[in-house]
Design a protein. Sequence first.
Length: 444
Amino acid sequence: MIENKNRKFFIETYGCQMNFSDSEIVASILSNEGFEASDDLLTADIVLLNTCSIREHAEDRVRKRLHYFRSLKKKNPGLTIGLLGCMAERTKTALMEVEQLLDLIAGPDSYRHLPELLGKVDSGQKAIDIILSADETYADINPIRLDSNGVSAFISIMRGCENFCSYCVVPYARGQERSRDPKSVIREAKDIFLQGFREVTLLGQNVNSYCWNEGAETMNFPGLLEQIAGLDSQLRVRFATSHPKDLGSELIKTIASYPNICKAIHLPVQSGSNAVLDKMNRKYSREEYLEKIRAIRSLIPGCTISTDIITGFCDETESDHKQTLELMQEAGFDSAFTFKYSERPQTLAADHYKDNVPAGVKERRLREIIELQHELSSASNHRDLGEIFEVLIEGESKRSDKQYFGRNSQNKVVVFLKTAQKPGEYVNVQVKRVTSATLIGEAV
Ligand code: 5AD
Ligand code: SF4
């Protein structure tokens, strides 16, 4: 077995924030075994690709990257190439056996075994572990913050998903839902605050169903959020993602009552048509969704609401599409992530429905959705003109070394001329100009 000391590993991450958080767990596990994290792909001994399979496009990008990695291996035959994450289960045969692109595959619940798996590769074998677990939460692992600005960090509070939306591969790729021990979450949040971080984002596929039982005691998501917010008023708390069916009044009240719980809620609606929502197995109606939006707007004034929308799902008609546009107007989303439906193997939709909206129609509907969202985002930013926001400074603006950028509680990016404060500190900024993506202001 090769001595691990000084062997350098490089991790490239695709997909969601959960995946970025997982890469930090992987980096911690490998560092504890003597491997060294590197940000230089060309001098690394081990290259790991943490993958996403939510849309076909994400998988295509990974395949392209793997071909590039294989070209590196021609120059450096000792290079180990590994695939981690959501694509592990689905693509094992194609990528490892048929295309011979990989030495190692580890699924999202197998990261503790990475040192052993790498040992197996060193002894000339292919290594694979894609078993999903019912209880792995990596609670005791202290993640190494990769690509960190030293100001904001992610903390995973649960794993897996059991909602089985008919289009979605996550329940198959990441397994059963399980919550992490709140004590370990609180410890991690305290620890990063002491390291100087001033913002944490609590992550899960559906944080609203977070639930931990110990003896007679139960902790739900609003309870956990309160505990983290109570650590220090200088620590901002965010969370993602919420399923509309589970977002209740207790959570809304908790957000409203702590100034350091950020006033920004991501609430994926997916479609504005009841027929499509039903087919997607979302378990709420358009009316119920809009009722939640009204509750948020009335109990948390100034809260921004963002969403995810899929266009062109199976059998989606022009009238369904119009209902999505109308719902967007009515909800007045501040921002949105928008996607064309992409059929995923194993899912209920792939097995039972036809992906029958023509590509050109999906394209046009997506364009209409993006155009409308552009107007809504721009209107939302215009409403902020003249307002004063508390901004947490994240770093120097990309455009100019004379400017800082940061975010307000509503999760909008704010750019302003540098002040005496440093990244990680708060400053009040008055908004003077806006674009559809950014607020531009002056410290006051
Ligand atoms: N096709 C297109 N978009 C999808 N999403 C999830 N599955 C698919 C799919 N098969 C989108 C949803 C989800 C976001 C993370 O990705 O909008 O909220
Ligand atoms: Fe992609 Fe979903 Fe996996 Fe995140 S959980 S990496 S979004 S497939």
